[in-house]
Design a binder for this molecule. Structure first.
Ligand code: SF4
Length: 699
């Protein structure tokens, strides 16, 4: 059996992996054994990668739409015909509306450089990733306090003494290295506290679990800051040295006592106090995770800011065992990869989503997808007429899919580059089928961390169908559009281009699939930290926010509670599925074929609902049925589903008709977002629930 180093592509974490290949097929998949924190493991989804590759229910050839959008009548075509078609349409759009009328979105990650370069080469500023439906609030929160983005710090679980998970469910929304590192820390005595509206799997492993009222995280955190300051539990030396604006914070926090918070959150004041004392005892080796999916409420940006402030008060930012600063290649005196994007000048046009000019406090990079869609809907500030969804399924991921379809109907061209079917691919004009991660190689990527490294994904097996790698698809488009700089005939040439000047050669990846850029993890000197703010300190009052009319310290306002007889609709992840794109995977479907509606026992009893009953969930005249999971461990004001179910496509025989799609119950949700942090407020929607009776059996 030959071992081939790859990078898992079953979710956006991209764990280093190794495929054992025999007779042209995958015999064994495991985490890269040379990465200690992988411990040779993959999560369930990662382990199902071969089932995805073997699955005939994915796009197998390039397809051009024949019928109406979404009708499902396709013409199977050659790659030349598909790429010619896309490029002809792109040229027509660009001639009529300019290059800025072309947009591309993806799901982020380390393999974006080439397709971003393609868009930049065309002259369009309208690159977006999915992040306004995920972690944009987290990113902007850290940016507003430290000048570092979300990835400017790492989470040093191995050395942590107390970890708090609030907007992060590590044991279900999995990053294998994080899971292993946190598990090892817990085994060595690290305390785990979880704050959530339901007992998720992370909560089952916690020493302390706080079941808070939905939408009150900000109140909880303000009370934590109150206790830290009032009881002088913070790291005074660190605060003196690194925090600017402490006086303003002290005044602001005055009214937010634990007793005040108890009335909001339902968490006893004394319990919260004990928790804060435990945090202070463990400081500075504390990680209060600032969150992954923090697109929840209109105050979630401030929840994220409060988390970073708590970490700072505990002296954890920039500290071993807390949130040390991330190292890029230059931080360890090495040269980084050569970028494809640098081959082209940055577009001068303003972004269609307003980021960087209408919203100058928000970072331009990946923009805000929901505002890009708004531009498509209104032609303001200018028309966006061609859209490439690269491994991105906004029709499953954003609220109001029917409205989004009407918006997409205004496009002259919608292209999906994808390895699996999705609602967006089904609605596209052209589907360009991507090989699965086991069938394709990718550009070399760089992981910025304590010990930064380059890593490579090699092709483990030949494509089962007429699919291509990204570099081939982008190269084919680029060649036709006069962007020869992106047209390579082998992946080796691409790798050599990227590695120019780095003293690393493609052969250097042969032994382990990666090349470390430093001999050991590098922790910055905690006594000599510098942050990327005007003062070089952690700034409680952000000049950038204030000058754009946004409060740095937002007084608490309760989030609206569910109307009588309704529940707040919440959603999240489980270990078996990655949003929508694994639900039709044969192995994963077998393990979990549909989602269920978590509902509190008392709430269910009042509605005559028993565990396992079919229930009807409705909002604004739209209804679906689903199985109820009746449990004590969810707050009575909320119901919960795992996201990604409710598929309707005829090409997905397994997933079709199973479970409920939460994003269909979010009327007005595309407009419900927070201009301070930029993200959608997904959890401000309410549904009615009642027992579903078969026809003729209603009592
Ligand atoms: S977390 Fe799981 S699915 Fe995601 S990259 Fe890692 S192994 Fe793959």
């Amino acid at each position: 059996m030959e071992n081939i180093y790859t990078v898992c592509g079953m979710c956006t974490v991209r764990c280093p992996a190794m495929a054992g290949v025999e007779n042209g097929w995958i015999r064994f998949l495991q985490g890269n054994p040379h990465v200690p924190a992988m411990a040779g493991a993959l999560c369930p989804r990662g382990s199902a990668g071969a089932a995805l590759t073997a699955d005939g229910e994915r796009p197998q050839t390039p397809l051009i739409r024949e019928g109406a959008r979404g009708e499902g009548r396709w013409r199977s075509v050659t790659w030349d015909e598909a790429l010619d078609y896309v490029c002809d349409r792109l040229k027509t759009v660009i001639d009529a509306h300019g290059a800025r009328s072309v947009a591309l979105s993806d799901r982020g990650g380390p393999f974006r450089d080439m397709h971003r370069a393609f868009l930049r080469g065309l002259g369009s500023p309208n690159y977006c990733n999915h992040d306004s439906s995920c972690a944009r609030n987290v990113h902007h929160a850290n940016l507003s306090l430290t000048g570092l983005g979300r990835k400017g710090v790492v989470y040093d679980y191995r050395h942590a003494r107390h970890v708090v998970l609030q907007l992060r469910n590590i044991f279900e929304s999995i990053d294998v290295q994080e899971v292993n590192n946190l598990t090892a820390a817990i085994e060595k005595g690290c305390r785990l506290s979880v704050i959530d509206i339901r007992a998720n799997v992370s909560a089952t492993k916690a020493h302390d679990f706080f079941l808070v009222r939905p939408g009150t995280d900000y109140a909880f955190n303000l009370a934590v800051i109150h206790v830290l300051i009032k009881e002088r539990l913070y790291d005074a030396a660190y605060v003196d040295r690194y925090i600017k604006g402490m006086g303003k914070l002290e005044m602001f926090i005055e009214p937010y006592t634990p007793e005040w918070a108890e009335a909001e959150t339902g968490i006893e004041a004394d319990r919260l106090r004990r928790f804060v004392h435990r945090l202070a005892e463990a400081a500075p080796a504390v990680i209060w995770h600032p969150g992954w999916m923090a697109a929840r409420y209109r105050n979630s940006f401030y929840v994220c800011r409060s988390i970073y402030i708590i970490n700072a008060l505990l002296g954890a930012i920039g500290t071993q065992g807390g949130l040390p600063l991330t190292n890029k290649p230059a931080d360890v005196d090495r040269k980084g990869l050569k970028n494809f994007q640098d081959l082209f000048p940055a577009p001068k046009e303003k972004r269609a989503d307003g980021v960087g000019w209408q919203f100058p406090h928000l970072e331009k990079g990946p923009g805000l997808c929901h505002l890009l869609y708004k531009a498509m809907e209104t032609d303001e500030p200018y028309p966006v007429k061609a859209y490439i969804a690269y491994r991105h399924d906004p029709l499953m991921g954003f609220p109001e899919p029917d409205r989004l379809k009407r918006i997409f109907d205004r496009l002259d061209l919608l292209v999906a580059i994808t390895f699996s079917w999705s609602d967006t691919a089904w609605y596209a004009d052209v589907v360009l089928p991507l090989s699965t991660y086991l069938e394709r190689e990718s550009i070399i990527a760089c992981k910025n961390t304590l010990r930064p490294y380059f890593f490579v994904r090699r092709r483990a097996v030949d494509p089962c169908f007429d699919t291509r790698a990204e570099w081939q698809i982008i190269g084919g488009l680029a060649r036709r559009l006069g962007l020869e700089q992106l047209d390579f005939d082998t992946i080796e040439k691409i790798w050599r281009f990227q590695l120019e000047g780095t003293e690393v050669k493609p052969e250097d990846f042969a032994a382990t699939g990666m090349v470390h850029l430093a001999d050991a993890p590098l922790y910055r000197d905690r006594n000599n930290l510098s942050f990327k703010t005007p003062s070089g300190k952690i700034e409680i009052i952000s000049e950038q926010l204030e000058k754009n009319g946004i409060a740095s310290l937002l007084p608490y306002e309760p989030i609206p509670r569910p109307p009588q007889g309704m529940f707040r609709l919440t959603f999240g992840r489980c270990a078996l599925h990655t949003q929508g794109h694994t639900v039709n995977n044969p192995l994963l479907f077998e393990q979990m074929p549909e989602n269920a509606l978590w509902i509190n026992t008392a709430s269910a009893e009042a509605l005559g609902i028993a565990d396992g009953d079919r229930v009807e969930v409705s909002q604004n005249g739209y209804a679906e049925t689903i199985t109820a999971k009746v449990t004590d461990v969810i707050h009575p004001e909320a119901v919960f589903v795992v996201h990604g179910f409710g598929h309707t496509l005829p090409v997905e025989s397994r997933a079709r008709g199973r479970g409920l799609a939460d994003n269909k119950f979010m009327k007005g949700g595309l407009d419900l977002w927070d201009p301070a942090g930029g993200a959608i407020a997904y959890q401000e929607h309410f549904v009615a629930v009642r027992k579903a009776y078969q026809q003729g059996t209603r009592p």
